[in-house]
Design a protein around this ligand. Structure first.
Ligand code: FMN
Length: 225
């Protein structure tokens, strides 16, 4: 018979050793997860800006990092929309032959079940949507989860964030289909059936974020940035 002390000592050692192994595994996994998150963010910024042109093309991690370093200039802007290293807002500028070819801004807010994160890209004219991606959310697959699909995001391309009076407006996700005769059709996209609540959430936070960046895009349109 082993003594109680022996059993207790053995159990404690096993517990401590397994604990150390587990925490080592968690730390090394955490690093890997952080790298994957960074990769996913870069991939989505590029996608919102139309890279790669062929939407079905899959980029390898190396290609994502290389394209991001080559094409994207990250700038900070302040609340007046001026470039300012101390500014709180971030803009990812796609550069083509030394000139800006689109601006991606982070967008996020509540859907139905979760906080949704994405990037909205605007053309160099400062008013036309170049693209949009949603990369992190907990909406239901097949319902609210459809926001991340190309059939939904492609409807945003070409929409306008400025109305006929020069006022900055959001992009509204309607219930059902957009009526092409609607005078505001340039600011509206088709909804996802069975996901009206997710659509309402996205509409709300897109407006909030577009208005936050309105001074920046006003400066772009005026040619002063
Ligand atoms: C299991 C379950 C998951 C749902 N997931 C979503 C969702 O992700 N987004 C959403 O807007 N509605 C979701 N709904 C539906 C909402 O409760 C609501 O019915 C819907 O937003 C109404 O959209 P409709 O008017 O287009 O039918 C879900 C419903 C159920 C039962």
């Amino acid at each position: 018979m082993r003594s109680n002390l022996y059993v207790l000592g053995f159990m404690s050692s096993v517990t401590i050793i397994l604990g150390i192994l587990l925490s080592l595994a968690a730390t090394s996994l955490k690093e890997k997860q952080d790298l994957n998150i960074q990769l996913d963010i870069k991939k989505n910024i590029l996608r919102s800006l139309g890279i790669p042109k062929d939407r079905s093309q899959k980029l390898s991690p190396d290609e994502v990092h290389t394209l991001f370093d080559e094409k994207i200039k990250t700038i900070r802007i302040n609340e007046q929309g001026e470039e300012d290293p101390q500014g709180k807002l971030t803009v990812y500028v796609k550069m083509e032959n030394g000139k800006p070819d689109g601006y991606a801004i982070p967008v996020s807010g509540k859907g139905l079940w979760s906080t949704i994160y994405g990037y909205l890209a605007i053309e160099p004219d400062g008013e036309t949507v170049k693209g949009i991606t949603f990369y992190k959310h907990g909406e239901t697959p097949g319902l609210g989860g459809e926001i991340e699909k190309d059939w939904f995001t492609s409807n945003f391309v070409g929409k306008q964030i400025v109305d006929k009076n020069g006022k900055t407006v959001g992009i509204h996700i309607v219930k059902g289909k957009v009526n092409p005769n609607d005078k505001d059709a340039a600011h509206k996209v088709d909804g996802i059936s069975g996901a009206t609540m997710t659509g309402k959430g996205v509409t709300r936070f897109l407006e909030k974020d577009i208005l936050m960046y309105a001074p920046f895009f006003q400066r772009i349109r005026a040619g002063v940035n």
